[in-house]
Design a protein. Structure first.
Lengths: 269, 269
């Protein structure tokens, strides 16, 4: 049995009490180094594999300090504070002793309470009624996701028009399909192409510098999703002085909000 | 000349290459320990005071690991990675050697680029046309802010009705007034009372566990604001299994989006 490319990409080997080793995967290559989502999922995986883990993920913030070089890396995950039902982690990825990622993760033992989805899922056509893009992704990680764009697909023409907004709505799942879990949900939270390319059709170099994911689902709910598509939505809030942010949501097909996410992205012009 | 209570509350004294000492302030007391916003501002202040600082704040994530006890604390701020124009910080607050806060901060040298506010300011009455609350805050930090509620003020009656949404819109500035800067903007990003109390009128114990702020303004733009009110908006996205999140925006009166913020909050029932 051959592991799914996602599981291969986030695989870690324990190398000490709080340390793991891993390596970048060509299957998730971005323009420079790996896709940020796979790096975020690797950070989470270090916590999920740690023998001291308490509970399930509630929030994760990953800071991309420098481009991760293709090749091996070390992950250090430390439980900075363990309470009765919550646990705070600090995580770092280093290459050659230099920090390339800093991160914090909160896990908790969660119990059923009153619940509500306030940011409700928009009405959209079913995944099977939304066509697949016809072109193969220009960078390899894009080919690891089945993305069906309802609104705001990959920019086609760089004619510098201002589109007035940067909203994308899309169905997404792993390609090949894979049952949903916390690691893959984390990676999917970074699947949205840079909002500035959608807001105005001008190609500018850029890179995510910080990303946060809040988890609103249990592992059981994620497992029950199986390989079904999630609906993703992302929209920028402010652009200026070389950085913009976006806010994003990921719902399952029952309209449950599984994750909300935010990121801030550097751009150069 | 007596310092503003805000400056007194976030004051730090260098105690080593990367360490500072501070103390909680009764002026910003919450139900247990200090108001989270003042703690977040203290984290940022350690970075702002650090002699190795490069640029101005772009993002900050603060994790509240445990209640900060009234009294002294130590802050450790380390530049994990310094690039040509960006710098990644890890920050921790400890009391008696135990972690009470973990945090990461990104600073950058920012330059003028194309800019746009996509999450535009709602149309609301001017601050002087919105009445002040008549009651004094039940916890002291509330009295450090002049808050004029347009929508979603402090919950009045705990009758367990479901209000259908949790949105608040309010004018806010320091009380007594103080010229805006990055530290006070950070603190204002936490000024919104817990969304679950607004969504349904039921009192439940709770506490913010993680908060992120993205800064969309330069220090010059903040200084130009002076003591004028900002418009704040916050709304929950998902509630369940003991945690909810909210997304928030802070605009100046010219409609420029100065900061966006998100947080995840623990609640008990």
């Amino acid at each position: 049995m051959i592991a799914h490319p996602f599981d291969q990409a986030i695989a870690l080997t324990a190398s000490g009490e709080n340390t793991f080793t891993g390596a970048t995967s060509p299957a998730y290559a971005n323009m420079v180094g790996p896709y940020g989502g796979i790096t975020a999922a690797t950070v989470l995986n270090a916590v999920l594999q740690h023998p001291a883990l308490l509970g399930e993920p509630v929030s994760l913030t990953v800071n991309f300090c420098a481009a991760v070089a293709d090749g091996p890396f070390e992950v250090r995950a430390v439980a900075a504070r363990t309470n009765r039902s919550t646990q705070h982690w600090t995580v770092a990825i280093t290459q050659g002793g230099e920090s390339v990622v800093t991160a914090t993760v909160l896990t908790a033992v969660r119990r059923d309470t009153w619940a509500a989805v306030e940011h409700t899922m928009p009405e959209v056509p079913a995944p099977e009624d939304v066509p697949l893009p016809t072109a193969r992704g220009r960078v390899e990680w894009i080919n690891r996701y089945e993305m069906r764009f309802i609104e705001g697909g990959f920019p086609g023409v760089w004619d510098e028009r201002d589109n007035g907004h940067s909203r994308t709505r899309q169905w997404v799942r792993d390609q090949p399909p894979r049952a949903l879990d916390f690691a893959s949900l984390t990676s999917m939270a970074d699947v949205f192409s840079p909002r500035i390319w959608h807001r105005r059709a001008r190609f500018v170099p850029l890179g995510t510098v910080s990303m946060t994911v809040y988890f609103h689902a249990s592992s059981a709910l994620l497992a029950a999703n199986g390989e079904r598509h999630l609906l993703g939505q992302a929209q920028g809030q402010a652009f200026g002085q070389g950085f913009f942010d976006h806010s994003a949501q990921l719902w399952n097909q029952d309209g449950l909000l599984l994750a909300t996410s935010h990121q801030v992205v550097y751009y150069k012009e």
